[in-house]
Design a protein around this ligand. Structure first.
Ligand SMILES: Cc1ncc(COP(=O)(O)O)c(C=O)c1O
Length: 310
């Protein structure tokens, strides 16, 4: 393998795998002008012992990608199976032997004026990069309920993972960071808890795991779904997908974010209220441990969630 500074990095662009620095689009591109695209964030985990790179739940990510495209009136040029195969090839071509991140994007590629969805050609690109932790997952996050409200179903559907919708996330994230917090928590248009800037949220109360439901302006997170399955199968604990009021966060015993980027990150403080005992709670800890065992290929019962790259 070439050393990091000499390494040529490859991307999938306009139907081919080419050097990433040659994968460029015009300034006239519709998606650049109007945010008319949708994307995925996927992780692959390196298992040193097995000399294997495991990509996590590719089929589920690409099913959501296709669903997002449908909402945004795009016609994917690649099937879910083709997307999986290209992703595997790309990771192998990039010779990753470390934890990595995969960013597929489907975007309105026509050089067309006027913000609309119909009759505009689209294309798919995929790039990858090495990635370890995106937020601190060990020390507990200090969070702020955002003054920005989460976009709703009838504005920009959060279910569609639309590129333009991430302006909403960026506003909240910057507000939180510039005010000395680690992450923002959105309320929805009814004043109830929605999600973080790029992650879903769970709380624990009296041994029950609680998370906002799909109608609370959230992305249908793959990690969220995985945690629900883990909690049901491995821990036999009660799960509630329901509305959460803002003050319910403050009195939760535990709270954590989950998502591909953030993985599982426990929350220490929200709006200056310490959550639980101010340390990682037992349920969060168990879920985090089980999740990392699964994604790294060390829990063989969940092998069907993983795609082997090599
Ligand atoms: C707004 C938002 N919510 C939730 C998530 C978590 O989704 P997933 O677990 O599928 O990565 C993400 C990250 O992709 C996100 O951007």
């Amino acid at each position: 393998m070439a050393s990091d500074d000499q390494r040529i990095d490859y991307a999938y662009f306009q139907g081919k795998i080419i050097p990433t620095n040659e994968a460029n689009i015009s300034i006239k591109t519709h998606a650049l002008q109007y945010g008319t695209g949708c994307f995925c964030g996927i992780r692959a985990y390196w298992n040193e012992k097995e000399n294997q790179l495991y990509a996590f739940r590719l089929k589920d990510h690409y099913k959501r990608f296709h669903d997002s495209a449908k909402i945004l009136m795009m016609k994917p040029k690649l099937s879910i199976e083709e997307l999986i195969e290209i992703t595997r090839k790309l990771l192998a071509k990039n010779e990753y032997r470390q934890n990595s991140y995969i960013r597929p994007i489907m975007y309105k590629s026509a050089l067309a004026l006027s913000p609309r969805l119909h009759d505009i050609e689209d294309d798919i690109a995929i790039y990858t990069l090495p990635m370890d932790d995106y937020l601190d997952i060990n020390n507990g996050l200090k969070c702020k309920v955002s003054s920005w409200i989460r976009i709703t179903e009838n504005m920009i559907p959060t279910r569609s993972k639309a590129t333009g919708g991430y302006i909403n996330s960026a506003l909240a994230k910057s507000e939180a960071i510039l005010n000395g917090y680690d992450e923002a928590i959105f309320l929805d248009h009814n004043g109830n808890i929605s999600e973080g800037s790029a992650e879903n949220i769970f709380i624990v109360r009296d041994g029950k795991l609680i998370t906002p439901s799909f109608t609370d302006s959230i992305l249908e997170g793959i990690t969220r779904r995985s945690i629900i399955e883990i909690a049901k199968n491995e821990m036999k604990i009660d799960i509630q997908e329901r509305t959460i009021g803002r003050s319910e966060l403050y009195i939760a015993d535990e709270a954590f974010f989950c998502g591909t980027g953030v993985q599982i990150a426990w929350i220490k403080e929200i709006d200056k209220r310490v959550i639980g005992k101010g340390e990682i709670g037992p349920i969060t800890k168990k879920i985090r441990e089980t999740y990392f065992n699964i994604v790294t290929g060390n829990n063989k019962s969940y092998k069907n969630w993983l795609t082997e790259v090599y």
